[in-house]
Ligand binder design. Structure first.
Ligand code: UGA
Length: 437
């Protein structure tokens, strides 16, 4: 099989499919990325992936190329895992990379093949791509399309790919796609993973509705955080208490700076845009509120920190611990942490950022911030320390380490991840989103 696109999704999928015993060719137009992958070097941070990549390259099951001709010749199943970013200045998703794969690969398909779309796309895309393939592929209707959305989380990508919660297959009636895909995922299916077959549109909707639900759950708890702030309650106690109801569940009820990354923010926006195109915009107007609650948390963090240092950030040193959009990732796309750091700098603060893995990516997107080598460096003469990504080394930070390092003992928790008493007992002023301590 082949996997087109070697970003977070594609590179993980390619390596994991090889781990399952398949012969896999990863394909990308970015020659530099392909050279790194060939050398067994993962161009981003994903726990467990480098080991699987190297092992399968060495076993001869996994290779990489930039050549579409080679890929068309090689593959019986072609996965598409390229990005579908938000269009500049719009809500909708940009399908140029998906379309480029279809337009380039399609005319090279001379024998029967299955194209399996994994990218997150607006509903209706699979139907259109299937039609286009039947027009441009020399093998005609022997080239079949299946929509097989991906639900992996960054940081857990290997586990989520090898042991998925469910496999979704959007198919055209009467084809061979279901049989082929069951064969591809035989190992996961043998352990009881549900295999759910449906039409194209429903399969596309499953993906975006799952992300919309997760985003809604986060914004719900952050709305409750706003209520807690208004009345002096504690959102973590509230989340624990409502989470005991199995119908609600505690997972994804962590209040704080809200969601960022390359998926949830752009997916809910693209979903709203597509609803509008389909004349169903009313169905998703609530997602506008989900998006605004989420963005409001970032400004609230700036407010809380500003109040804590006396009402102005001018002349203040701010230490920002965390830059990645979440722990166990070096991804800074739409990172709430970096957004807050940037806003504070614009309001006059001198901001020093430290993150265990995301320094390189952060300094590319936000070159004007100061980047520090360690927690202590970032906190040197700080008037306030902000914890904005809940990496374990920040969660478990010992206040004593910062004694004599900071200028003022003030800490603000943007991820409800610290134990307030640890800090208060050590003589710190403690501030947090969603809880007044
Ligand atoms: C998300 C989904 O969880 C995956 O199922 C999906 O496959 C993926 O998008 C995708 O569409 O590709 P991911 O973006 O890796 O995965 O990250 P999440 O773990 O969902 O976290 C998203 C954001 O929500 C992070 O910024 C995180 O800090 C925030 N979050 C998460 C909270 O603020 N509170 C929570 O309780 C959970």
């Amino acid at each position: 099989m082949t996997v087109f696109g070697t970003g977070y999704l594609g590179a993980t999928h390619a390596a994991c499919m090889a781990e399952l015993g398949h012969e896999v060719l990863g394909v990308d137009v970015d020659a530099a990325k392909i050279e790194r992958l060939k050398a067994g070097d993962v161009p981003f941070y994903e726990p467990g992936l480098p080991e699987i990549l190297k092992r399968n390259i060495e076993a001869g099951r996994l290779s990489f190329t930039t050549s579409y001709e080679e890929a068309a010749e090689f593959g019986d199943v072609h996965f598409i895992g390229v990005g579908t970013p938000q269009r500049r200045g719009e809500y909708s998703a940009d399908l140029k990379y998906v379309n480029a794969v279809i337009e380039t690969l399609g005319p090279l398909l001379k024998r029967p093949a299955l194209i399996a779309g994994k990218s997150t796309v607006p509903v209706g895309t699979a139907q259109a791509l299937s039609k286009r393939l039947s027009e441009i592929a020399p093998a005609g209707d022997d080239v079949e399309l299946v929509w097989n959305p991906e639900f992996l989380r960054e940081g857990y990508a290997v586990k989520d790919t090898l042991e998925p919660d469910r496999i979704v297959a959007g198919v055209k009636p009467g084809g061979k796609a279901e049989t082929i895909l069951r064969d591809v995922y035989a190992k996961a299916l043998s352990t009881g993973t549900p295999f759910l077959v449906m039409d194209y549109a429903t399969a596309e909707l499953v993906k975006v509705s799952a992300n919309a639900f997760l985003a809604t759950k986060i914004s719900f708890i952050n709305a409750m955080a706003e209520m807690c702030e208004a009345v002096g309650g504690d959102v973590t106690l509230l989340a624990d208490a409502i989470g005991h109801d199995a119908r609600i569940g505690r997972r994804f009820l962590n209040a704080g700076l809200g969601f960022g990354g390359g998926c949830l923010p752009k997916d809910i926006r693209a979903f709203m845009a597509r609803a509008g195109e389909l004349g169903a915009d009313q169905a998703l107007t609530f997602l506008r509120e989900v998006d605004s609650i989420n963005m409001r948390r970032r400004s609230r963090m700036v407010e809380v920190a500003t109040e804590a240092v006396g009402g102005t950030l001018i002349g203040k040193n701010v230490a920002v611990l965390g830059a990645a959009f979440k722990p166990d990732s070096d991804d800074v796309r739409d990172s709430p942490a970096l957004n807050v750091a940037g806003m504070m700098q614009l309001k006059g603060a001198a901001v020093s950022v430290y993150d265990p893995k995301a320094m390189e990516n952060s300094s590319k997107v936000f070159p004007t911030l100061n980047y520090s080598e360690s927690i202590e460096d970032a906190c040197e003469k700080a008037d306030i320390v902000l914890v904005l990504t809940e990496w374990p080394e920040f969660r478990n930070l010992d206040p004593q380490i910062l004694d004599g390092v900071v200028r003022q003992k003030i800490i603000a928790d943007g991820r409800t991840c610290l134990n307030p008493h640890t800090w208060i007992d050590a003589g710190w002023t403690f501030r947090a989103l969603g809880r007044s301590v």
